[in-house]
Design a protein around this ligand. Structure first.
Ligand code: 13P
Length: 248
Protein backbone atom coordinates (compact mmCIF):
# COMPACT_ATOMS: atom_id res chain seq x y z
CA UNK A 1 0.00 0.00 0.00
CA UNK A 2 3.01 2.32 0.38
CA UNK A 3 4.41 3.41 -2.98
CA UNK A 4 8.17 2.91 -2.96
CA UNK A 5 10.42 5.93 -3.45
CA UNK A 6 13.96 5.76 -4.80
CA UNK A 7 15.96 8.96 -4.48
CA UNK A 8 19.48 9.71 -5.66
CA UNK A 9 21.61 11.81 -3.33
CA UNK A 10 24.32 13.15 -5.60
CA UNK A 11 26.13 14.82 -2.69
CA UNK A 12 28.90 17.18 -3.90
CA UNK A 13 29.15 15.75 -7.41
CA UNK A 14 28.41 17.00 -10.96
CA UNK A 15 28.62 20.35 -12.68
CA UNK A 16 25.42 21.71 -14.29
CA UNK A 17 26.55 20.35 -17.66
CA UNK A 18 27.28 16.89 -16.23
CA UNK A 19 23.98 16.95 -14.36
CA UNK A 20 22.04 17.74 -17.54
CA UNK A 21 23.71 14.83 -19.32
CA UNK A 22 22.96 12.43 -16.47
CA UNK A 23 19.25 13.25 -16.32
CA UNK A 24 18.95 13.28 -20.12
CA UNK A 25 20.27 9.70 -20.05
CA UNK A 26 18.18 8.77 -17.02
CA UNK A 27 14.71 9.95 -18.07
CA UNK A 28 14.07 7.32 -20.79
CA UNK A 29 15.57 4.54 -18.66
CA UNK A 30 13.16 5.07 -15.76
CA UNK A 31 10.00 6.19 -17.56
CA UNK A 32 8.10 3.02 -16.60
CA UNK A 33 9.21 2.98 -12.96
CA UNK A 34 6.66 1.72 -10.48
CA UNK A 35 8.19 3.84 -7.71
CA UNK A 36 8.58 7.58 -7.20
CA UNK A 37 11.92 8.72 -8.65
CA UNK A 38 13.85 11.68 -7.27
CA UNK A 39 17.27 13.20 -8.00
CA UNK A 40 18.71 15.37 -5.23
CA UNK A 41 21.31 17.38 -7.08
CA UNK A 42 23.62 20.17 -5.96
CA UNK A 43 21.71 23.46 -5.95
CA UNK A 44 23.85 24.85 -8.79
CA UNK A 45 22.42 22.11 -11.04
CA UNK A 46 18.70 22.84 -10.49
CA UNK A 47 18.41 25.21 -13.44
CA UNK A 48 20.08 22.73 -15.80
CA UNK A 49 18.03 19.75 -14.62
CA UNK A 50 14.59 21.34 -14.28
CA UNK A 51 13.71 21.76 -18.00
CA UNK A 52 14.88 18.21 -18.80
CA UNK A 53 12.66 16.52 -16.20
CA UNK A 54 9.64 18.77 -16.77
CA UNK A 55 6.62 16.56 -17.52
CA UNK A 56 8.50 13.34 -16.69
CA UNK A 57 8.24 11.06 -13.66
CA UNK A 58 11.65 12.21 -12.37
CA UNK A 59 11.36 14.77 -9.57
CA UNK A 60 13.93 17.23 -8.30
CA UNK A 61 15.23 17.46 -4.75
CA UNK A 62 17.74 19.51 -2.75
CA UNK A 63 20.21 18.26 -0.16
CA UNK A 64 19.55 20.80 2.60
CA UNK A 65 17.31 23.74 3.47
CA UNK A 66 17.52 26.55 6.00
CA UNK A 67 14.72 27.07 8.50
CA UNK A 68 14.34 30.82 8.12
CA UNK A 69 12.43 32.35 5.21
CA UNK A 70 15.16 34.90 4.40
CA UNK A 71 17.82 37.02 6.02
CA UNK A 72 21.48 37.18 6.94
CA UNK A 73 22.37 33.47 6.66
CA UNK A 74 25.33 33.41 4.30
CA UNK A 75 25.49 30.32 2.12
CA UNK A 76 22.04 29.03 3.01
CA UNK A 77 18.92 28.48 0.87
CA UNK A 78 15.29 28.87 1.96
CA UNK A 79 12.44 26.47 1.27
CA UNK A 80 10.78 29.03 -1.01
CA UNK A 81 13.97 29.38 -3.03
CA UNK A 82 14.11 25.61 -3.50
CA UNK A 83 10.48 25.46 -4.56
CA UNK A 84 10.92 28.33 -6.99
CA UNK A 85 13.88 26.43 -8.50
CA UNK A 86 11.76 23.35 -9.19
CA UNK A 87 12.42 21.26 -6.11
CA UNK A 88 9.68 19.05 -4.76
CA UNK A 89 11.84 17.23 -2.19
CA UNK A 90 14.66 18.08 0.19
CA UNK A 91 16.99 15.80 2.15
CA UNK A 92 17.33 16.86 5.78
CA UNK A 93 19.76 15.75 8.46
CA UNK A 94 21.98 13.55 6.34
CA UNK A 95 24.69 11.99 8.51
CA UNK A 96 27.36 13.88 6.55
CA UNK A 97 25.70 17.14 7.59
CA UNK A 98 25.47 15.88 11.17
CA UNK A 99 29.13 14.74 11.18
CA UNK A 100 30.85 17.53 9.26
CA UNK A 101 28.56 20.58 9.53
CA UNK A 102 27.28 20.57 13.09
CA UNK A 103 23.73 19.50 12.28
CA UNK A 104 21.87 18.50 15.45
CA UNK A 105 18.53 16.84 16.15
CA UNK A 106 17.24 20.33 16.97
CA UNK A 107 18.28 21.87 13.63
CA UNK A 108 17.01 18.80 11.78
CA UNK A 109 13.62 19.42 13.39
CA UNK A 110 13.70 23.13 12.48
CA UNK A 111 14.66 22.39 8.88
CA UNK A 112 12.06 19.62 8.52
CA UNK A 113 9.37 21.89 9.92
CA UNK A 114 10.28 24.76 7.59
CA UNK A 115 10.37 22.44 4.59
CA UNK A 116 7.01 20.82 5.23
CA UNK A 117 5.27 24.08 6.11
CA UNK A 118 6.52 25.55 2.82
CA UNK A 119 5.07 22.61 0.88
CA UNK A 120 8.24 20.65 0.23
CA UNK A 121 8.51 16.93 0.88
CA UNK A 122 11.16 16.25 3.49
CA UNK A 123 13.42 13.18 3.32
CA UNK A 124 14.67 13.04 6.91
CA UNK A 125 17.76 10.93 7.57
CA UNK A 126 18.39 8.98 10.74
CA UNK A 127 20.89 6.27 11.57
CA UNK A 128 23.40 4.98 14.06
CA UNK A 129 27.21 5.08 14.01
CA UNK A 130 29.18 1.83 13.97
CA UNK A 131 30.12 1.95 17.68
CA UNK A 132 26.51 2.65 18.60
CA UNK A 133 25.40 -0.50 16.78
CA UNK A 134 28.19 -2.56 18.32
CA UNK A 135 27.27 -1.30 21.80
CA UNK A 136 23.59 -2.12 21.26
CA UNK A 137 22.22 1.43 21.07
CA UNK A 138 20.79 1.34 17.53
CA UNK A 139 17.13 1.21 18.54
CA UNK A 140 17.49 3.99 21.11
CA UNK A 141 19.38 6.23 18.67
CA UNK A 142 16.97 5.86 15.74
CA UNK A 143 13.94 6.22 18.01
CA UNK A 144 15.30 9.42 19.53
CA UNK A 145 16.41 10.90 16.19
CA UNK A 146 13.05 10.10 14.58
CA UNK A 147 10.89 11.52 17.35
CA UNK A 148 13.05 14.66 17.68
CA UNK A 149 13.01 15.26 13.93
CA UNK A 150 9.22 15.09 13.78
CA UNK A 151 8.55 17.10 16.93
CA UNK A 152 5.67 19.55 16.40
CA UNK A 153 4.62 18.17 13.00
CA UNK A 154 1.00 17.13 12.66
CA UNK A 155 -0.21 13.75 11.40
CA UNK A 156 -1.36 15.47 8.16
CA UNK A 157 2.07 17.00 7.69
CA UNK A 158 3.60 13.53 7.86
CA UNK A 159 2.04 12.90 4.43
CA UNK A 160 4.90 15.05 3.18
CA UNK A 161 7.63 13.28 5.10
CA UNK A 162 9.80 10.34 4.10
CA UNK A 163 12.32 8.91 6.54
CA UNK A 164 15.61 7.49 5.32
CA UNK A 165 17.29 4.97 7.59
CA UNK A 166 20.98 5.26 6.84
CA UNK A 167 23.33 3.38 9.15
CA UNK A 168 26.40 5.61 9.10
CA UNK A 169 28.76 2.64 8.88
CA UNK A 170 27.15 1.55 5.61
CA UNK A 171 27.49 4.89 3.78
CA UNK A 172 30.08 4.96 1.02
CA UNK A 173 31.88 2.01 2.60
CA UNK A 174 30.58 -0.80 0.44
CA UNK A 175 29.20 -2.33 3.65
CA UNK A 176 25.45 -2.80 3.47
CA UNK A 177 23.17 -3.61 6.33
CA UNK A 178 21.79 -7.09 5.75
CA UNK A 179 18.24 -7.19 4.44
CA UNK A 180 17.12 -8.37 7.88
CA UNK A 181 19.08 -5.69 9.80
CA UNK A 182 17.65 -2.92 7.62
CA UNK A 183 14.14 -4.31 7.87
CA UNK A 184 14.35 -4.71 11.63
CA UNK A 185 15.64 -1.18 12.31
CA UNK A 186 13.11 0.36 9.93
CA UNK A 187 10.48 -1.51 11.95
CA UNK A 188 11.86 0.18 15.07
CA UNK A 189 11.59 3.59 13.36
CA UNK A 190 7.99 2.83 12.39
CA UNK A 191 7.23 1.95 16.01
CA UNK A 192 8.78 5.26 17.11
CA UNK A 193 6.38 7.06 14.76
CA UNK A 194 3.43 4.94 15.93
CA UNK A 195 4.21 5.80 19.56
CA UNK A 196 3.63 9.49 18.76
CA UNK A 197 1.10 9.40 15.91
CA UNK A 198 -0.66 6.06 16.15
CA UNK A 199 -0.40 2.96 14.02
CA UNK A 200 -2.42 4.20 11.05
CA UNK A 201 -0.11 7.17 10.43
CA UNK A 202 2.98 5.02 10.95
CA UNK A 203 1.75 2.43 8.46
CA UNK A 204 1.31 5.15 5.81
CA UNK A 205 4.78 6.66 6.29
CA UNK A 206 7.41 5.69 3.76
CA UNK A 207 10.78 4.68 5.19
CA UNK A 208 13.75 4.18 2.90
CA UNK A 209 17.01 2.35 3.43
CA UNK A 210 20.29 4.04 2.46
CA UNK A 211 23.89 2.85 2.56
CA UNK A 212 25.68 1.22 -0.37
CA UNK A 213 22.36 0.30 -1.98
CA UNK A 214 22.86 -0.64 -5.64
CA UNK A 215 21.68 -2.81 -8.50
CA UNK A 216 23.12 -5.98 -7.00
CA UNK A 217 21.42 -5.70 -3.59
CA UNK A 218 18.26 -3.67 -4.27
CA UNK A 219 16.00 -6.68 -4.88
CA UNK A 220 16.72 -8.30 -1.51
CA UNK A 221 16.30 -5.06 0.39
CA UNK A 222 13.09 -4.10 -1.42
CA UNK A 223 11.62 -7.54 -0.78
CA UNK A 224 11.58 -6.73 2.94
CA UNK A 225 8.14 -5.67 4.17
CA UNK A 226 9.27 -2.57 6.09
CA UNK A 227 11.56 -1.12 3.39
CA UNK A 228 9.79 1.39 1.14
CA UNK A 229 12.64 2.52 -1.08
CA UNK A 230 16.19 3.75 -1.07
CA UNK A 231 18.36 6.81 -0.73
CA UNK A 232 21.19 6.14 -3.10
CA UNK A 233 24.61 7.80 -3.09
CA UNK A 234 27.35 6.33 -5.26
CA UNK A 235 25.01 4.30 -7.46
CA UNK A 236 23.00 7.40 -8.38
CA UNK A 237 25.90 9.08 -10.19
CA UNK A 238 25.58 7.06 -13.41
CA UNK A 239 22.26 6.89 -15.23
CA UNK A 240 22.47 3.16 -15.95
CA UNK A 241 23.39 2.29 -12.35
CA UNK A 242 20.61 4.41 -10.89
CA UNK A 243 18.09 3.07 -13.39
CA UNK A 244 18.96 -0.46 -12.31
CA UNK A 245 18.04 0.45 -8.73
CA UNK A 246 14.88 2.33 -9.75
CA UNK A 247 13.68 -0.56 -11.93
CA UNK A 248 14.22 -3.15 -9.21
P1 13P B 1 26.14 5.39 -0.69
O1 13P B 1 25.01 4.82 -1.49
O2 13P B 1 27.24 5.96 -1.53
O3 13P B 1 26.61 4.48 0.39
O4 13P B 1 25.52 6.67 0.08
C1 13P B 1 24.34 6.52 0.76
C2 13P B 1 23.88 7.85 1.17
O5 13P B 1 24.48 8.49 2.02
C3 13P B 1 22.68 8.40 0.53
O6 13P B 1 22.25 9.53 1.17
Amino acid sequence: MRKPIIAGNWKMNKTPEEAAQLVRDLVPLVKDAKCDVVVCTPAVCFAAVKPIIEGTNVKLGAQNVHFKASGAYTGELSADMLKASGCEYVIIGHSERRQYFGETDKTVNLRATAAVKAGLKAIICVGEMQDERVDGYTDIIVTYQTQMALKGLTAEELDNVVIAYEPVWAIGTGLTATDEQANETIGVIRKAVAAKYGDEVAQKLRIQYGGSMKGSNVKGLMAQPEIDGGLIGGASLKAADFAQVVNF
